[in-house]
Design a protein around this ligand. Structure first.
Ligand SMILES: C[S@@+](CC[C@H](N)C(=O)[O-])C[C@H]1O[C@@H](n2cnc3c(N)ncnc32)[C@H](O)[C@@H]1O
Length: 255
């Protein structure tokens, strides 16, 4: 993604012994039936990264490695405490930092080892599950975030579920990699127009689309995909349609 590949020199690390692997939380766990059905090769990939952590892998994400990005997103969310669902929360570094601002954080991911880390990183409710079938009642959240995870999902499916669990006027926030960033082969680099169309079709009003140049210690707006590293989209669930008043219906029938 972008899981962007790290550019620094590759560290030569010894393959962990079977004994060490067995000690790694979640590493020895078998793939569950639903993981198989949800699944593609990316599940194994994230289980591997989740078991050792992004810092020990050849990859990084901005959520996990950029304090500047985390601070920026916290400011975008504002200070009013919100119920936030983060879909594809991974290790939960971003989510843990948002929880520190008084928000209630629900973190969902397919990868069990990632979620063990997310629990340690301050995610209030780590939930193992699939973004396509959110186990929540309608209107449960103020905000749904896809932090560098949307590329693994079908836009219409994902946003329809987000719309269902968001309260009216609730926000959906997407951050995803610019098209030139390296990523897992199954990670789709969606463009703004594709996300906007899917959001509009599933009942959202798109408020913002920004190219961001994010680094470890800085973040700034960029004027094109080529100069950015992340695409940022913010949309609001359209207010529920008001039921048509009975008197109006009768009038229309008569007319
Ligand atoms: C690029 S990683 C980003 C992780 C984290 N947000 C971060 O930035 O460090 C994408 C994450 O999405 C998760 N994921 C992929 N498909 C998913 C799905 N269908 N439902 C829930 N999570 C999924 C992966 O397990 C992985 O942790």
């Amino acid at each position: 993604m972008a899981i962007a590949r790290k550019t620094k020199k590759k560290k030569v690390t010894k393959r962990p012994s079977a004994k060490q692997v067995a000690k790694t939380p979640g590493a020895a766990r078998k793939t569950t039936a639903w993981e198989k059905t949800a699944g593609d090769s990316s599940i194994k990939f994230y289980r591997r990264i989740g078991s050792k952590g992004w810092r020990q892998s050849d990859y990084f994400t901005y959520s996990s490695s950029s304090p500047a990005f985390r601070l920026w997103l916290a400011r975008e969310l504002g200070t009013r405490p919100a119920r936030i669902l983060s879909i594809g929360c991974g290790n939960g570094e971003l989510e843990g930092s948002l929880a520190a601002y008084g928000h209630r954080l629900f973190g969902m991911d397919l990868s069990h080892p990632m979620l063990l880390r997310a629990a340690r990183n301050g995610v209030d409710f780590p939930i193992e599950g699939d973004a396509r079938y959110l186990p929540f009642a309608p209107a449960s959240f103020d905000v749904v975030i896809y932090p560098e995870s949307i590329g693994h999902l079908v836009l219409a499916e994902a946003f329809a579920e987000a719309r269902r669990v968001l309260r009216p006027r609730g926000r959906v926030i997407v951050t995803t990699y610019a098209s030139h960033m390296g990523a897992h082969p199954r990670f789709k680099r969606y463009r703004f127009d594709q996300m906007e169309e899917a959001l509009t079709n599933t009942g959202f009003d798109v408020d913002e689309q920004r190219f961001l140049a994010a680094k470890r210690n800085s973040i700034a707006d960029a004027d094109s995909d080529a100069k950015s590293t992340l695409l940022y989209v913010k949309a609001r669930a359209a207010a529920a349609k008001r039921p048509v008043a009975k008197s109006k219906l009768t009038k229309n029938k008569r007319a």
